[in-house]
Design a binder for this molecule. Structure first.
Ligand SMILES: [Zn+2]
Length: 189
């Protein structure tokens, strides 16, 4: 979620602020610090603060690459700076369901004991974000995978990295609005 909001984890942000404070106060740093004193020599305060920010992003990126959480989102967005560097990006509830893979779909509800079955209304065994996005017959007429930047690999896996371009993402959002809008209508009937 933080990746989609473009916000660094709070603990890293706290550390960055602490270093910013120390640099401004001229506090000497130890070897275990992000920035050892030698690195400070000859640099302006502005350069030091920039360096600390880069170090924070590097740590954040390492954490994102090795995390076990948020792997649906990781399929779309590898670079932690993506959201801050792409101002066109935003998401609402429906696109969020496909970007995060949580919520409302039967597979997710079933895993948490909130639904009797993981089955989709189309008959497929499991309704999850990938099923809705790439397979489900109920949204066949709304779906254009190529336009959304989605590639199906030869081994059956799906590559969604191409969604994160301005034009492709627009189609992706339109699809998410139309598909989940239809899903809600059908589920109340
Ligand atoms: Zn289905």
């Amino acid at each position: 979620m933080q990746i989609l909001m473009g916000e660094a984890p709070w603990d890293l942000e706290c550390e960055r602020k602490a270093y910013t404070y120390m640099l401004k106060k001229g506090v000497r740093m130890g070897e275990n610090d992000w920035m050892i004193t030698d690195d400070v020599e000859g640099r302006t305060l502005k350069e030091c603060l920039e360096y600390v920010r880069e170090q924070m992003v590097r740590k954040w990126q390492e954490r994102w690459d090795s995390s076990e959480k948020g792997r649906v989102t990781y399929g779309y967005i590898k670079n932690v700076k993506f959201v801050s560097e792409n101002k066109w990006f935003s998401f609402g509830l429906n696109a969020g369901l496909l970007l995060i893979g949580h919520g409302s779909m039967n597979g997710w509800l079933y895993d948490r004991g909130l639904n009797d079955s993981a089955r989709c209304r189309c008959g497929a065994e499991r309704e999850d974000w990938l099923h809705v996005l790439t397979e489900c017959d109920r949204y066949e007429d709304l779906r254009d995978l190529e336009r959304m930047g989605i590639r199906l690999n030869a081994d059956g896996s799906v590559n969604v990295e191409g969604v994160m371009n301005e034009r492709e993402y627009k189609y992706f959002r339109d699809f998410s609005e139309a598909a989940f809008g239809r899903r809600r209508m059908e589920n109340v009937v």
